[in-house]
Design a protein around this ligand. Structure first.
Ligand SMILES: Nc1ncnc2c1ncn2[C@@H]1O[C@H](COP(=O)(O)OP(=O)(O)O)[C@@H](O)[C@H]1O
Ligand SMILES: Cc1cn([C@H]2C[C@H](O)[C@@H](COP(=O)(O)OP(=O)(O)O)O2)c(=O)[nH]c1=O
Length: 207
């Protein structure tokens, strides 16, 4: 049995994570790996139920702490029921967002702090980290421009504001510098296939 792997895709809204999840999974299957794709929040029955709680209602429904606990609870279920068993069975798990999204959104943008988010992850999920985290990065405004080109509107970007998007982008760039073994920053500009090639190249020592 080949060795299982756990890869997460991260980055701000609209940088191409779900597109690349699909393309990267296809490319890894073509190399002979048994690939499972999944996403957060969600990815298991319990975590999908928590996802509904998180995204229903207005944006102020949960306090920052309650929100962080819900994300951590969803992740605990997903890790225990889906990710750990798949990796143990030799599969490659590719996940659209994981812990680093909680660090960026709850820890940094909502002000909870990195140490507390990491503590929740230790309690909930035994501190499981991906073998590699690929952060898709676009220049400011480019994700919004892609959405505008597709839909003629980019409401979800305007709702949050430029400062918010800049802060999330800066957080992901920082962890790529601070945790270079695990986290790689990937240029997400250009054609889909070019981006997939960059992702594959960034799996170097684990592929
Ligand atoms: N390389 C690319 N070039 C142009 N548009 C892209 C590219 N990758 C994705 N898109 C488009 O950008 C939008 C956001 O991509 P998506 O994969 O849904 O991002 P995310 O999952 O990060 O929100 C979609 O309309 C998608 O078709
Ligand atoms: C996994 C995770 C996501 N999120 C946020 C980021 C996104 O705004 C949203 C996930 O929605 P999603 O549909 O994945 O967004 P997108 O495709 O736009 O990236 O939840 C957190 O705040 N914390 C987390 O731990």
């Amino acid at each position: 049995m080949s060795q299982g792997r756990f890869i997460s895709l991260e980055g701000g809204e609209g940088v191409g994570k779900s597109t690349q999840l699909r393309l990267l999974a296809e490319a890894l299957r073509a190399r002979g790996h048994d690939v499972v794709t999944t996403r957060e929040p969600g990815g298991s029955a319990g975590a999908e139920a928590i996802r509904a709680l998180l995204f229903e209602g207005d944006g102020e429904r949960w306090s920052p702490a309650a929100e962080a606990l819900l994300f951590a609870a969803a992740r605990a279920d997903h890790v225990e029921r889906v990710i750990r068993p798949a990796v143990a069975a030799g599969q490659w798990v590719v996940c659209d967002r994981f812990l680093d999204s909680s660090r960026a959104y709850q820890g940094d943008a909502r002000g909870l702090g990195d140490a507390d988010v990491l503590a929740l992850h230790r309690i909930g999920s035994g501190g499981l980290l991906p073998d590699r985290t690929l952060v898709l990065s676009l220049p400011p405004g480019e994700a919004e421009a892609r959405e505008l080109a597709r839909d003629g509107a980019a409401d979800r970007f305007r709702r949050r504001g430029d400062a918010y998007h800049a802060r999330v982008r800066a957080f992901f760039e920082r962890i790529a510098v601070e945790e270079p073994e695990r986290v790689r920053l990937i240029d997400a500009t250009g054609e889909e296939g070019e981006v997939t090639a960059r992702l594959l190249a960034a799996l170097d020592a684990i592929a």
